[in-house]
Design a protein around this ligand. Structure first.
Ligand code: PMP
Length: 284
């Protein structure tokens, strides 16, 4: 069945949803995005996604063509129109269409596109079995804190993982893991400490990361925000990733090394449960 897609003020059947070939999102990856998950028909962590969207837009001198309230209403209307009980809403803002030039156009109107994807997020088989990751060099630009649509490096990394028969890739820079291709990376040491990379321009500031770390601290778990190496990861008791679409996803193999007994670890499983329960409480 055809989905309803939002394009610059219109709700259209997906076949009719179109953007100009001159849109700078298409020509220059001049745009930012957010992905918000939907559980029981409600939005998870919407204020967090709005805050990060504003930050990304501000860093690129881009303006949102609608208010946050209007954006919330668009999200809700798409959830309803497409009957999304569980899944994702993708939202993209670009600088808009203008004759091709490296300098920003003076008069372009930003483009806003949103669409939904229905998907089982809680009963995700990958969460039950745990995922396997390879290590690849981090080849992305230096402003990974801005959620831009230029995703070719992580896309190539994920393809490399797929060709190797694995699920994802952890990117390595200067000897340390930065993050996964579309998620934040964590290890749990043998003495139970949760380690994840500290926030900087080198990683995306995950909305799920912030929420999961708050859950971990509330549950009296010990958290260290610092870089960790690939060999620390391979020596860890367990590992996991977080993202809006995957929540907390256990990692059972890191670049060929099996962690523990090769099944999802207790910390990842517990955090997944706590995070889902907390998210549902605050969903809007
Ligand atoms: N890092 C990267 C590189 C990502 O692309 C994503 C998801 N878009 C994340 C981390 C996780 O962020 P969030 O929890 O906000 O989905």
């Amino acid at each position: 069945m055809s989905r309803t897609v939002y394009v610059n003020g219109d709700y259209l059947p997906e076949e009719e949803a179109k953007i100009s070939v001159f849109d700078r999102g298409f020509l220059m990856a001049d745009g930012v995005y957010e992905v918000t998950s939907v559980l029981k028909g409600k939005l998870i962590d919407f204020p967090g996604h709005m805050a990060r969207l504003d930050r990304s837009l501000g860093e690129l001198d881009l303006t949102l063509p609608v208010s946050h309230d209007e954006l919330l209403a668009i999200h809700r209307k798409l959830v309803e129109a497409n009957n999304i009980v569980e899944g994702l809403i993708y939202m993209q803002v670009t600088r808009g269409a203008a004759d091709r030039d490296f300098t920003f156009p003076e008069d372009a109107t930003p483009s806003l596109v949103l669409f939904t994807q229905s998907k089982a997020l809680i009963e995700n088989p990958a969460a039950a079995r745990g995922i396997k990751v390879i290590a690849v060099p981090d080849q992305r630009w230096a402003r990974r804190d801005i959620k831009t649509v230029q995703l070719l490096a992580p896309s190539l990394a994920k393809m490399e993982a797929k060709r190797a028969g694995k699920d994802d890739a952890w990117m390595i820079e200067d000897g340390f893991v930065t993050e996964g291709t579309s998620n934040n990376a964590y290890i749990v040491t043998r003495d139970g400490r949760i380690i994840t990379r500290d926030l900087s321009n080198r990683i995306l500031h995950g909305i799920t990361r912030a929420a999961v770390l708050a859950c971990a601290r509330d549950a009296q778990m010990q958290v260290e925000e610092r870089p960790f190496t690939l060999s620390e990861a391979q020596d860890a008791a367990e590992a996991f990733i977080t993202s809006a679409s995957g929540f907390v996803m256990p990692v059972v193999e890191v670049d060929g090394t099996t962690l523990g007994d090769g099944t999802p670890g207790p910390v990842a499983k517990r955090l997944r449960e706590i995070y889902i329960a907390e998210s549902l409480k605050h969903a809007i």
